[in-house]
Design a protein around this ligand. Structure first.
Ligand SMILES: [Cu+2]
Length: 139
């Protein structure tokens, strides 16, 4: 093998190594050992809960959710007047005309409790309670 051929082979190998290193450094996370994943995982609902809005109460009126659950609330206005599903602390305010159904997804990442209510009927007790609890341990 001539000297010039060895030089060419060494050159090609060097270029390949440089390309591999460049790809590795430019795309951290692809290999799992460098950096952290850059895209947050979009939560998929772990549970669907139907909430009926009637004249003038919620059904159910108490809802218990486990910590870190993502819940899709299916809100159905079965009344003859407009109602809202409102949770001040979470910035949620869904208005529903009679007969209307809407969904809202919420991820609960701290324990505690929230009041949900209907704006026009809060004064006559159209109120419910959401409690977020630690999930039962799995054995
Ligand atoms: Cu109402």
């Amino acid at each position: 093998m001539s000297m010039s051929r060895i030089t060419i082979i060494v050159g090609i190998v060097a270029v390949i190594i440089i390309v591999i290193l460049a790809v590795y450094l430019v795309s951290p996370g692809l290999y799992g050992t460098y950096g952290t994943p850059q895209q947050p995982v979009s939560p998929t609902p772990t549970r669907e809960i139907e909430v009926k809005l009637r004249d003038n109460y919620f059904e159910p009126q108490t809802i218990t959710i486990s910590l870190n659950e993502t819940v899709r609330f299916v809100l159905k206005n079965e009344g003859r007047v407009g109602h809202t599903f409102t949770i001040d602390e979470l910035g949620i305010n869904v208005r529903l005309a009679p007969g209307e159904t809407k969904t809202v997804e919420i991820t609960f990442n701290k324990t505690g409790s929230y009041t949900f209510y209907c704006i026009p009927h809060k004064a006559i007790d159209m109120i419910g309670n959401l409690t977020i609890v630690m999930p039962a341990p799995k054995y």
